[in-house]
Design a protein around this ligand. Structure first.
Ligand code: ADP
Ligand code: ASP
Ligand code: MG
Length: 406
């Protein structure tokens, strides 16, 4: 008898009909003699709605109350799913994060899981109950509700699978697997049957929202057998596996994009030791994450232009911090662009092959797309481009690396 964690995302529990069909997927797993724990997201669109309510009062609200509100959608679907399961004759019970408890740190809005209390929750599963856990939510050290960041139910599911020692964690969503690029934008994207943890981690962190980044990190750390599949069609999904389980590595396995980027350039900053530290120090203190950075020394060698990117949600905040520190930093002025996209090609095959970046630069040049910033790591190359070219760039690169479905 295997123990399976099944996670249903927003579109898979979007209405009563979808919840009933998700319940049938649970039922069929139980019918095969397996024990099942279910993790649910809020109904599609529900969390956005809750975020909007908060913004209508204050966009910079108290994050403790923010989490109390935005975690609410998952409570509804957990209860409804338990009722659906009972209706088809299964013993089922819903659980909220605090009841398990799923302990997190105190970073409201983007909390990290610290541990999952085994207790009654695990016992209910071994007693033959289907336990339905509300995803996305946890409990802080001060016993308040936290949330795990957008898309966080994936992480709830993987953490639960690790804690229970589950045989498999199935992520049911609205696409039937992980594709070479977002299939909603690149029509010729191909489904990948197996992808390594490392590549999936890069794809997720570079914008492929099919899995939350933290969920892949946890799966990799605890070697959770992870599968992404559709709750709409009964076809095999994508397995996320160890590198040695894939015999032939593609040079490039996928192309990810993120529109959540914004670019800021400080023009004519004094070129002296310690300047980068004095610029990025206040940003770190303000909890702003800086991603790509380039620095150009001016012709006279006295001043430098410094360009970097931050998440679009931090754009205004970043500009304010910089303006408030203008006297210390001594830059001439700020040039900024909130509308840029980061496009990344990812593949473990890059470790042993050269020319991957060059192919990317050529393909973009042929379409007249200007590259604003470049960054590379062992298994990825990322470029920053103007947002209006996002689709064109994705499709051009997809063809350039021979990824198109025939
Ligand atoms: P859920 O609500 O089930 O968690 P998400 O919307 O979070 O679903 O994630 C699924 C979506 O991820 C898909 O609809 C697809 O548009 C998007 N996506 C982005 N990149 C990829 C990719 N490389 N492969 C598959 N889906 C992707
Ligand atoms: N409902 C949350 C969100 O929309 C969590 C999730 O769906 O994974 O971000
Ligand atoms: Mg998701």
């Amino acid at each position: 008898m295997a123990l399976i964690v099944q996670k249903f995302g927003g579109t898979s529990v979007a209405d009563m009909e979808r919840i009933a069909s998700a319940a049938r997927l649970v039922e069929s797993e139980v019918a095969q003699g397996n024990k099942v724990a279910v993790v649910v997201s809020a109904m599609a669109g529900e969390t956005n709605k809750l975020v909007k309510y908060i913004s209508a009062i204050s966009p910079t609200s108290d994050m403790k109350e923010h989490d109390t509100v935005v975690s609410a959608g998952e409570q509804v679907t957990a209860g409804l799913m338990a009722l659906e399961l009972q209706k088809v004759g299964l013993k089922a019970r819903s659980w909220l994060g605090w009841q398990v408890p799923l302990r997190t740190d105190d970073s409201y809005g983007k909390a990290r899981i610290k541990g999952i209390g085994p207790g009654t929750f695990a016992r209910s599963i071994s007693d033959g109950q289907v336990a339905v856990l509300a995803g996305f939510q946890g409990l802080s050290s001060g016993n308040r509700i936290t949330t795990l960041g957008r898309g966080g139910s994936d992480t709830t599911a993987v953490a639960l699978a690790a804690a229970l020692g589950a045989d498999r964690c199935d992520i049911f969503t609205d696409v039937d697997g992980v594709y070479t690029s977002d299939p909603r934008i690149v029509a010729k994207a191909r489904k990948i049957s197996k992808i390594t943890y490392e590549e999936m981690l890069e794809m997720a962190s570079l914008g492929a929202k099919v899995l939350q980044t933290r969920s892949v990190e946890l799966a990799m750390k605890y070697r959770v057998k992870l599968q992404v599949r559709s709750s709409f069609t009964d076809v095999e999904g994508t397995l996320v596996v160890d590198e040695n389980e894939i015999l032939e590595h593609e040079l490039v396995s996928g192309i990810a994009h993120s529109r959540d980027e914004s670019k800021i350039t400080l023009i004519r900053v004094a070129d002296r030791p310690g300047i980068a530290a004095s610029i990025f120090g206040p940003l770190t203190e303000a909890n702003i994450n800086v991603d790509m950075i380039v620095q150009n020394v001016s012709e006279d060698g006295a001043a430098t232009d410094l360009t970097f990117t931050v998440n679009r949600s931090d754009y205004e905040h970043t500009l304010n911090v910089l303006r408030n520190n203008k006297d210390n930093l001594g830059f001439e002025r700020i040039a900024s662009d909130p509308g840029v996209t980061k496009i990344s090609v990812v593949g473990v095959g890059m470790r042993s092959h050269s020319g991957v970046a060059q192919k990317m630069f050529n393909a973009l040049a042929e379409r007249g797309i200007n590259i604003q910033v470049i960054s590379t790591s062992e298994i990825k190359v990322s470029v920053l481009i103007s947002e209006e070219y996002t689709e064109l760039a994705l499709r051009a690169l997809h063809s350039a690396y021979d990824l198109d479905e025939n």
